[in-house]
Design a binder for this molecule. Structure first.
Ligand code: GLU
Length: 313
């Protein structure tokens, strides 16, 4: 057994879960009914290791919509399908602003980065496919490679996302006027909404994180989802932009490339060490799972995951 697998198997994830459940700060997102109805008492932690093993606490088979945790994976697929188009239209600089800020890169009209809605609307439009359905299927198939299992879309979440998607429509109109969005606004919002509405469990999300961490190869199936270069590029942007406007604090405290989402999930990719996911619906004021952030910090400390750690042998 490797050192990291050994240390991970000694962690008591159920005890950590109970410790996290004692914290009752945060508020469940209420932007759509499906999120507002989430049970605030759910809390799950999963680790996916190099040998394909998944270690998990209770509550890690609960399904929820992936929301913004899909963004790194859609970015990866768009890079695989049309890297030039992605680089022309989507930057890689952190914004320090909310995920749905109506703001493009000054001067160029590009989306600031793929981890905010502007960028994700574009990356979802750049994956291969000539219709909303074809692009949604490409995304679903690609996410399935990351997870090592077939995934599905929750249609009621798609419907709610579209009904409450005024800011996404505004962003899409803005990018269409700049020429960066090349498909109709409604199609772009519909495609992005479908990507956010894919159902995952915390165990599946941990494996998705591990696939990036191990250079694009799923450690459970041995199948390649994306190239090693793409996995590295995606983790770089997760490290700098993945946790909304709290990315700097996250990097100091946790130091692991990650992406948070309004459903309360956080996916983490610790390069060559492991993938992890923590999920609990109540969010801190920046929109990151309050318990999830504490859980991630504990995992990083206990397993020495910080990518800038100088103490790891
Ligand atoms: N579907 C959400 C939106 O675009 C995702 C937000 C998130 O998870 O940050 O508004």
């Amino acid at each position: 057994m490797t050192d990291i697998a050994d240390a991970a198997s000694r962690l008591d994830l159920d005890a950590l879960r109970l410790r996290l459940l004692e914290r009752d700060e945060g508020k469940v997102n209420e932007s759509i009914p499906e999120l507002a109805n989430a049970d605030p008492g759910v809390c799950g932690i999963a680790l996916a290791l190099r040998d394909g093993q998944v270690l998990s606490s209770e509550d890690t088979d609960v399904e929820y919509s992936i929301q913004s945790a899909v963004k790194p994976f859609v970015y990866a697929l768009a890079l695989a399908d049309d890297a030039d188009r992605v680089h022309d239209a989507v930057g890689i600089e952190p914004t320090g602003e909310a995920f749905d800020a109506i703001r493009l890169e000054s001067g160029s009209g590009r989306a600031p980065n793929p981890m905010v809605n502007a960028g994700a609307l574009l990356t979802a439009s750049f994956v291969r496919g000539s219709s909303i359905e074809e692009r949604a299927q490409r995304i679903l198939d690609g996410l399935g490679l990351f997870a090592g299992q077939d995934l599905r879309i929750d249609d009621s979440v798609v419907e709610s996302e579209q009904k409450h998607g005024d800011r996404n429509h505004a962003l899409a109109h803005l990018m269409r006027s700049e020429g960066t969005l090349q498909i109709p606004v409604d199609d772009a919002v519909a495609g992005y909404a479908r990507s956010c509405s894919v159902l995952v469990t915390t165990k599946q999300l941990a494996v998705m994180g591990a696939t990036l961490a191990f250079g694009g190869v799923n450690p459970m199936t041995g199948r390649r989802a994306v190239s090693e270069d793409i996995a590295r590029d995606v983790m770089s942007v997760m490290a700098t932009c993945g946790v909304y406007d709290g990315s700097g604090t996250w990097f100091r405290r946790v130091g692991v490339p990650a992406k948070s989402s309004v459903s309360g999930a956080i996916v983490l990719s610790a390069p060559q060490l492991l993938g992890a996911a923590v999920h609990s619906p109540p969010l801190d004021p920046q929109g990151t799972s309050a318990r999830g952030a504490v859980g991630a910090e504990v995992l990083s400390d206990e397993l020495d995951l910080h990518v800038l750690s100088t103490s790891r042998s």
